[in-house]
Design a protein around this ligand. Structure first.
Ligand SMILES: [Zn+2]
Length: 403
């Protein structure tokens, strides 16, 4: 195929996939209508997407009389993805379809006390079990999306080791980035520019810009956890002092309460005390909210999002943390900070991460560079994960390849 013809072919595939993704399943006539391409072109491209397993046909038995028109759908595609959430020594695994839905309940793996190496030895069997439940095999897996909680993630090692055992492309991102992606799917276009702050035992945050998580050079753009709080001096796990993580996270509030003589032994204890209405706990949680709000103001000024969404164990309890955040934002002069929509997620954030991991993998499979590679080499992803930028899928420019 010449360069120019390859570009046009790629563009037609993209138009069809884009239409199935944004508008949903459609018949040949509907897809011709939506994309503006001719019947022979659309037919030929649908057939090639079908044989690559990137598009499927809805089995509609309910139609009566006459032959029902075939309806094409991403959810019915043979190709599937694996979504993984790693949280310390435990992980959850699920299978997703190319429409972005989870096809199975998640399987919990661990605790694996020997870390990543132990995890990768038990992962393949768990994935095989889940795949057989949805009548698929390893060759049908187009990509794997992994969300990892915590700071200091060694993205490269996880990508390499999981890719080694599953034999396909692996994309790794911070859990909070993936939760943000999943929330955005729920809110639609309203939330193209969004900051998500997760406050539990630790703090993590993500910023979506134009619907995509900001990652930048070190993959940490959008994370407020290690921004300095005003007057904070407490040493932080990152080596600095006075970070919002060391001042206002659940662990920090716990430390603060213990120092002032409270008998509170764990983070779960802290959550229980707040729920029970313990005044010292409420005061400390609310103060943590104010500290987070003060730092958020800077983030809001820098990124100008339309919405800030708070999630996590310390957010869901008595509502005191969000009161503190709201106080800081409204006491700050300037519309940018006080006018931003502040929301609380009623979800634990856990399914959001797994859903986001599926979405990340689907983005990769549906980027056509990958669709071509996987069609040519079944069961093997195009770029094999190593060092691949996760924001690339879906935004690859058309290039004349000159072949
Ligand atoms: Zn820090």
């Amino acid at each position: 195929m010449t360069g120019r013809r390859a570009v046009i072919a790629d563009r037609i595939d993209r138009a069809l996939i884009g239409s199935l993704r944004s508008t949903g399943p459609g018949t040949l006539a509907e897809l011709m209508n939506r994309t503006g391409w001719s019947r022979p072109l659309v037919t030929a491209h649908l057939e090639s997407l079908l044989s690559a397993g990137t598009v499927g046909v809805i089995d509609d038995q309910r139609s009566t009389g006459g032959r029902p028109a075939r309806r094409y759908s991403l959810s019915e595609a043979r190709r599937v993805v694996v979504g993984i959430e790693i949280d310390g020594a435990r992980a959850r695994v699920t299978i997703g379809d190319l429409g972005g839905r989870m096809l199975t309940d998640s399987e919990t793996l661990g605790p694996h006390s020997r870390g990543l190496e132990q995890f990768v030895t038990i992962l393949p069997a768990a994935v095989d079990t889940l795949l057989s439940a949805v009548r698929r095999t390893k060759v049908d897996v187009g990509a794997v999306g992994v969300g990892v909680h915590g700071h200091g993630i060694d993205r490269g090692s996880i990508e390499r080791r999981v890719a080694d055992v599953l034999g396909t492309t692996v994309l790794v991102d911070r859990a909070v980035n993936l939760a943000a992606l999943e929330y955005r799917r729920g809110f639609g276009r309203l939330a193209d520019d969004l900051i998500v702050v997760d406050v539990g035992e630790h703090i993590a945050s993500a910023a979506l810009s134009g619907g995509r998580p900001l990652r930048r050079a070190g993959g940490l753009a959008g994370d407020i956890a290690h921004m300095k709080s005003t007057g904070g001096t407490e040493p932080c796990c990152c080596g600095a002092a006075g970070c919002i993580e060391s001042v206002a996270s659940g662990a920090a509030v716990l430390r603060h309460l213990r120092r002032s003589g409270a008998t509170v032994s764990s983070f779960d204890d802290l959550v229980r005390l707040e729920r029970r209405g313990d005044l010292d706990t409420i005061r400390a949680v609310k103060q943590a909210g104010r500290e987070i709000g003060d730092v958020l103001v800077t983030g809001i000024r820098l990124l100008n999002p339309s919405m800030v969404l708070l999630q996590g164990a310390l957010v869901r309890t008595g509502g005191y943390l969000i009161n503190g955040v709201g106080e800081s934002l409204s006491s700050t002069s300037g519309r940018q900070a006080s006018g931003v929509l502040l929301l609380v997620s009623d979800d634990s954030g856990r399914d959001a991460v797994l859903g986001g991991a599926v979405a990340l993998a689907v983005d990769h499979v549906l980027s056509l560079e990958s669709a071509d590679a996987t069609a040519a080499q079944p069961g093997r992803g195009g770029s094999f994960g190593r060092g691949r930028e996760v924001e690339r899928p879906g935004s690859v420019d058309f290039e004349l390849d000159g072949s």
